[in-house]
Ligand binder design. Structure first.
Ligand code: AMP
Ligand code: GLY
Length: 444
């Protein structure tokens, strides 16, 4: 089979790498790709906002299957274009992609279907937004309705910050048309989890749970980014919580979209907050997460092509998703000053040394080739990913690999998966103390 991957980030590198491993693929093509993807796939340029251009590319390479990485092509209607032309593609239609393309649509959809989420108000003018603010305490969350490349959500801690955000979004148009309408919502408290399912023409299959690290600095400080690292480990969710998410969130979302005439196919990403009142949806994405995909692909044992084809053929469940029980960790290396403005073109060294140990894979995001060198070409540059028998070992392995890599201004968080390691240690301590209570040490 010829498989086409659309996109150019770490997520697409992880997909291309896994697709390359499949027994079923002859050619893997990635558009536009990057310097790392070029080792697993043939990279060709494409305009990711033009469904016609992407379809033309699939025709040229006779792609039997296309996988879409980022949201922009989906919201632009690439899936509808492929379906009209009779080519197989994994992803939601333009109508179903509204779950990510419009935050107002997503929130009102959740309200219609009683899916747990934060209380909210929609505002379409500066005045009505200011008025809406008074209905919420602090912090308050302000979201641009449309796609804003990760810059559309502000968690405002003070009234001044909230008012400045409204001014930036609605009067100064810093996000353009994406912020013509806003969602203002209550700030939820708890741990965040990324829960992604692959939805097929019949049924769906959950992927292993992950946790992202959004803020640029350790201990969740500083501005939000696209994601500074992620890990996957089974106990991120207890079995009870996982069942509750499937029953109260995933199934009603898929049923609701089908009922509204826009059945959802492809990867549905539920960004969740585990609150004291149970899991609530922060946001939907209509695609795989980045960097979540990197640790997820490191744990996937099934043939990815098989799984994707099964989703289109109504055979999810017949073809099972099999996973390694071992946890995985991805540490993202960024350019200096990301997510602000940053320089590019810095030579990267140590890539081979980083991958020398088994179970380590360096996924490329913003990289390019300049003669013999691989150089930085974006804000998020690399995702150093490791899998090991337990989470602490995976963390150690990932950071040892990171220490081999260098480029001018390289920045990364030192605490990826630290929350997970603490949670596991706390539950081990509880188990040990239970054991001591059951079998107290003999008194003298
Ligand atoms: P998004 O750009 O929609 O992925 O949202 C970015 C991040 O903003 C989320 O991952 C959360 O960390 C935060 N966020 C969004 N909505 C809320 C909320 N209602 N309460 C607290 N944090 C939120
Ligand atoms: N890592 C969050 C996202 O992909 O939106």
């Amino acid at each position: 089979m010829n498989v086409l991957v659309l996109g150019s980030g770490g997520r697409e590198h992880a997909l291309a790498w896994k697709l390359r491993e499949s027994q079923l693929t002859e050619r893997v093509i990635c558009a536009p790709g990057n310097a790392g993807i070029a080792q697993a796939a043939e990279c060709v340029p494409v305009d990711l906002t033009s469904p016609a251009a992407m379809f033309e590319l699939a025709e040229r390479f006779d792609a039997d299957l296309t996988v879409v990485g980022p949201e922009a092509p989906l919201v632009a209607g690439v899936v509808d274009e492929f379906e009209r032309g009779g080519r197989k593609i994994i992803g939601p239609s333009k109508a179903a992609a509204s779950l990510e393309g419009s935050k107002m649509f997503a929130k009102e959809f959740m309200q219609r279907h009683s899916i747990p989420t934060a209380r909210f108000v929609v505002a379409d003018s500066h005045e009505s937004a200011l008025e809406a603010l008074s209905g919420f305490g602090l912090p308050v969350v302000i979201k641009a309705d449309g796609l804003a490349a990760g810059k559309g959500v502000v968690v405002a801690r003070t009234r001044e910050e909230a008012e400045k955000t409204l001014d930036d979004f609605m009067n100064r148009n810093v996000l353009g048309r994406a912020a013509e309408r806003l969602v203002i919502e209550e700030c939820l408290v708890g741990e965040e989890v990324s829960f992604i399912v692959l939805a097929g023409t019949r049924g769906f299959v959950p992927l292993v749970p992950t946790q992202d690290h959004k803020q640029v600095f350790d201990n969740d400080q500083g501005p939000n980014t696209g994601g500074m690292g992620a890990y996957s480990e089974d106990t991120i969710l207890s079995e009870g919580l996982r069942d509750e998410i499937l029953r109260r969130i995933v199934q009603p979302t898929l049923d609701g979209m089908a009922k509204e005439g826009a059945p959802f196919r492809g990867f549905l990403y539920c960004g969740l907050m585990l609150t004291s009142e149970g899991p609530k949806v922060l946001e939907y994405n209509v695609r795989l997460g980045d960097p979540e995909t990197q640790p997820i692909m490191m744990r996937l044992r099934s043939d990815l092509v098989d799984l994707l084809a099964a989703s289109l053929d109504g055979k999810l469940g017949v073809v099972e998703a099999r996973w390694s029980p071992n946890p995985s960790v991805c540490v993202v290396l960024t350019s200096k000053d990301y997510p602000g403005t940053y320089e590019t073109g810095k030579a990267i060294t140590g890539l081979e040394a980083a991958e020398a140990r088994g179970g380590v894979k360096v996924f490329h995001a913003g990289t390019a080739r300049r003669e013999k060198d691989v150089v930085t070409a974006g804000g998020r540059v690399l995702g150093v990913t490791a899998v090991a028998e337990d989470l602490s070992s995976a963390v150690e392995k990932a950071y040892t690999a990171v220490s081999k890599i260098h480029f001018d201004g390289m920045h990364y968080r030192r605490d990826i998966a630290a929350k997970g390691v603490r949670r596991l240690k706390a539950s081990a301590d509880v188990r040990n103390s239970d054991r001591r209570t059951e079998n107290p040490a003999p008194s003298q």
